[in-house]
Design a protein around this ligand. Structure first.
Ligand code: UDP
Length: 377
């Protein structure tokens, strides 16, 4: 059984989600032909204090966003990043090499921008003949750290990322435009909208807005939901809201207690996001790459309510330029936009839904695992 090692780190939910999507894709396509292991390389195979990086990501992004933006901008500059990587490399080269000795992979996949140069250097210290591939898990803003020319393949999520790859000096035969890897269920969703509304306890005849904000339910979700419900009621829209709070239990409890002027369905972390998306008519979300990719596949117009500076910033023009949604960080304006979409602008809503479906990549995960399988068989 060939062994595939996926390198990730829990800095934000997306890298683990992509790693798990690929693992699920391998199992669905090939059964037990491959043994796929997901390894938190940074936490488990770098020395203290470097191994504390994953833990510090959330506090920095949530409470010191200016500092995160500073780090992100610095990471775009080769004159800053190269000396830092060289210095860190002195401390982690041997410990990361131990990861490969421990796991004995036949092929290595990296789904994290910090695990290109450092990981590949250590991999080559161990073996010269083990293929190394990069799967980029950001959509619009591709940090140069992702685009490492020594990778055997680099899977990119968008045409824009493909062009950035070429500009960074990767060859056309290294780059594969596959789409972002997402859970295989999104490729198989066969239930119709009305069936799902019935199954999920939603009114079948009401226009439905889905409000989410990543796996952690971060940002002003409560204010957005409140403004949206009030505005849809005031404008007399025959509508309902679904608010998915993710792991933000406080938010779920808070919203569950409220009286709402229209039907509002509040949930914590859901495992069946594909169903909620298919059952909805539009989504209001922060600019997370996973949620955007899933919304496109399910043909949902996307109203972006915010973004994490740096890695999510480029997702805003991506959505706007492709005509699949809008952006506003202002809850009052968000409410007005959705109300228009559900009122005089329903044709625009249908047009965006069609464009979203055309832009999505439901087969991305399978395209990636099939190409990887070809590299080791
Ligand atoms: N998600 C989920 N259930 C929830 C909330 C979110 O499965 O209750 C998933 C969502 O479908 C997406 C991911 O969590 O796949 C969020 O990824 P994204 O890149 O949008 O944001 P992040 O949480 O990584 O900041």
């Amino acid at each position: 059984m060939a062994k595939i090692m996926i390198l990730m780190s829990d800095t934000g939910g997306g890298h683990r989600a992509s790693a798990q999507a690929l693992q699920a894709g391998f199992i669905e396509r090939y059964g037990d032909r491959f043994h796929v292991e997901i390894v938190e390389l940074w936490r488990d195979y770098t020395p203290w204090p470097i191994n504390q990086l994953p833990k510090s990501y959330s506090p920095i992004v949530n409470r010191g966003v200016w500092f995160w933006k500073f780090l992100w901008d610095a990471s775009q500059q080769p004159w800053v990043v190269n000396p830092v990587l060289n210095l860190v490399g002195l401390f982690v080269r041997d410990t990361i090499r131990r990861a490969f000795v421990d796991h004995q992979p036949d092929l290595v996949v990296s789904v994290h921008p910090l695990m290109q140069q450092l990981a590949l250097t250590s991999l080559r210290d161990w073996r010269k003949d083990v293929p190394f591939v990069t799967v980029i898990t950001d959509l619009g803003t591709i940090n140069p750290l992702w685009l490492f020319r020594k990778a055997d393949r680099c899977f990119v999520p968008t045409d824009e990322a493909y062009q950035q790859g070429l500009c960074a000096g990767l060859r056309a035969d290294q780059l594969v435009m596959s789409g972002l890897p997402i859970r295989p269920i999104f490729a198989h969703s066969t239930l119709a909208e009305t069936e799902l509304r019935w199954k999920l306890g939603l009114a079948e005849d009401r226009l439905t807005a889905l409000v989410v904000s990543g796996g952690e339910g971060m940002g002003p979700v409560a204010t957005i939901a409140h403004n949206l419900a009030e505005r849809l009621a005031m404008d007399g829209r025959h509508a309902q809201l679904v608010v998915i709070c993710g792991r933000n239990e406080q938010l779920r409890q808070d919203l569950s207690k409220r009286d709402w002027p229209i039907p509002v369905h509040v949930h914590g972390f859901v495992e069946n996001m594909a169903e909620w998306m298919v059952a909805s008519d539009c989504i209001v979300t922060k600019a997370g790459p996973g949620t955007i990719a899933e919304a496109l596949i399910t043909g949902l117009p996307i109203l972006l309510s915010g973004f994490i500076p740096g890695q999510e910033e480029g997702n805003v023009p991506y959505v706007l330029d492709h005509g699949v949604g809008a952006y506003s960080p202002n809850p009052t304006e968000i409410a007005a936009i959705v109300s228009r979409w559900f009122g005089p602008e329903q044709d625009k809503l249908s047009d965006m839904a069609q464009k979203a479906k055309a832009l999505g990549h439901p087969q991305a995960t399978f395209a990636i695992v099939e190409e990887i399988a070809r590299l080791i068989t």
